[in-house]
Design a protein around this ligand. Structure first.
Ligand SMILES: C[S@@+](CC[C@H](N)C(=O)[O-])C[C@H]1O[C@@H](n2cnc3c(N)ncnc32)[C@H](O)[C@@H]1O
Length: 236
């Protein structure tokens, strides 16, 4: 796959693309191990929430290794599914997984989507928005690319609210997870950055407010697996 020459939008974290390129070979395995396979159920819940017509056009932004795009294709066999990501090695893994499935892939930055306005019935982003600093601008961009009444579904990791569970989870997340990540992937930084970026993600109500300020209506969210992940839904 050709090396991408995408400029990183100013204000965005410059190391994110490089980091995902480095961990791409181990990304799927680590997701399954570190989340005890909850990531699979969370992506299914994301796709369940779309409720779009069978022949919908669905864009998965920050698609990584295409797990969401493949889940959409499985649940909506007649849909036109497109995945975009700015890390070429994540896309290369995605390409090796989609074999013959009706999923298209494109290299693109979430801030510069190579599609016309108003052309998708749904846009999804799973575990991607946490890596994006200017969340309001990117939400505006998603809004522009949706058809009227199109749906945005955002899945993101979170920290549990309940204090005992939160303490246990923080021990796992801040201490054990970076060790396991380093052991399996050889990249210590990515799995130290992961808990730090989750801790910095705004509270669910604040992020829901950002979606509203970008124009989305009927914004709602649900917490999954004791609040370890949050699924946000909004409509254009
Ligand atoms: C944690 S991975 C999530 C991958 C996939 N959505 C999943 O469910 O496993 C985050 C992905 O977001 C991508 N990403 C981060 N910022 C991006 C941006 N501004 N534009 C496009 N992709 C981006 C990274 O390259 C990476 O593949």
């Amino acid at each position: 796959m050709q090396e991408l020459r995408l400029s990183i939008k100013s204000g965005e974290l410059p190391f994110v693309r490089d980091m995902f390129n480095r961990i791409a070979p181990h990304y799927d395995l680590l997701n399954r191990v570190l989340s005890l396979r909850r990531d699979v159920a969370w992506r299914r819940a994301l796709v369940d929430s779309l409720k779009v017509p069978q022949q919908a056009g669905v864009l998965d932004v920050a698609c990584g290794t295409a797990d969401v795009a493949l889940q959409v294709a499985a649940q909506y066999p007649l849909a036109q599914v497109v995945g975009v990501d700015f890390a070429p090695r994540m896309l290369a893994r995605a390409l090796s997984k989609i074999k013959g499935r009706a999923v298209c892939l494109a290299a693109a930055d979430a801030f510069a989507l190579p599609f016309g306005r108003g052309c998708f019935d749904a846009i999804t982003i799973a575990f991607g928005i946490r890596n994006i600093q200017d969340k309001v601008t990117v939400l505006h961009c998603f809004y522009d690319h949706l058809k009227p009444e199109g749906r945005l579904a955002v899945l993101e990791l979170a920290l549990p609210d309940r204090s005992i569970l939160r303490r246990i989870y923080l021990f796992y997340f801040n201490r054990l997870l970076p060790l396991l990540g380093r052991l399996f992937s050889g990249h210590a930084f990515a799995y130290t950055y992961l808990p730090a970026s989750v801790a910095q993600f705004p509270p669910a109500e604040v992020f829901a407010g950002m979606m509203r300020s970008a124009g989305f209506k009927r914004v709602g969210y649900s917490k999954l697996t004791l609040g370890l992940a949050v699924l946000f839904i909004g409509e254009k």
